[in-house]
Design a protein around this ligand. Sequence first.
Ligand code: CP
Length: 301
Amino acid sequence: MELKHVLSADQFTRKDLDHIMSRSADMEDILNKGGSKLCNGSILGALFYEPSTRTRLSFETAMLRLGGNVVSETDVTFSSQTKGEVLEDTIRMVGGYADVIAIRTKTKGQAGIAAEYSPVPILNGGDGAGEHPTQSLLDLYTIIKHHKIGSEPLQVSFVGDLKYGRTVHSLSKVLRHYEGIELSFVAPEVIQMPEEYRKSGDKISYELTDEILQTADVIYDTRMQQERFEDQKMFRKVRDAFIFTPENVGLMKPAATLMHPLPRVNEIKQSVDTLSQAKYFEQAQNGVPVRMALIAEVLGK
Ligand code: CP
């Protein structure tokens, strides 16, 4: 496959997804053997203008495990953007230093703007409340590890802040390439899945019912994105709408998976972490081989 930039889950065909999943599995083998020198001499520029732990560090780890190097800008207060530099200029410059750029921006659509001006591939690590396409690929990789996706019915329930949670926007698009997947969106009305990501046949619910817990094969929970709420009173009203505890996770099927892109705040109790359904730390680990695969692909390695 030819991959220039990774900007939106819209860009992937089913064939692309199959290829990336297979390449990610190869990268996991390489990781287990201690890494490789595939990207020796290449540099990743990491430009993160919103907080991140997993996305930035797993991109950096991926490049280092491939034998490359990393330059990072992680605090906008130390960036020349605080002196008034526009993103387009920053990207032109960093594209002259690095061979590939991973970027996280505060505003939806900015990764696309970066790609227009970049001389090197852009990997969207989250653009505001828009998309998080590389996260959706590691989410897919995690689901494939635990379920027979595409060959039998799979109930996937997205729970939490579906309006501002960009990971669910991208993952819902990716999952639509697979037969037999039924999506349900569980959120208070004010933070329900935006229309642009819905399709007829999707189920909408405002409550996390016992029936949803008992029938879901995958529950993908998300944090209430306080920083994106215009009305903080509304945030306080919905922030504890859904809390996963050992009691309600105990209603899930033993083979079901509870996922979360992390960070979590209060929506999954730490006492859930040891239950068999809890897969969110494994999910975060999967970010390294999947991002190794993406870096190798965009660099043509
Ligand atoms: N899942 C995710 O995007 O985590 P970070 O915000 O820590 O990068």
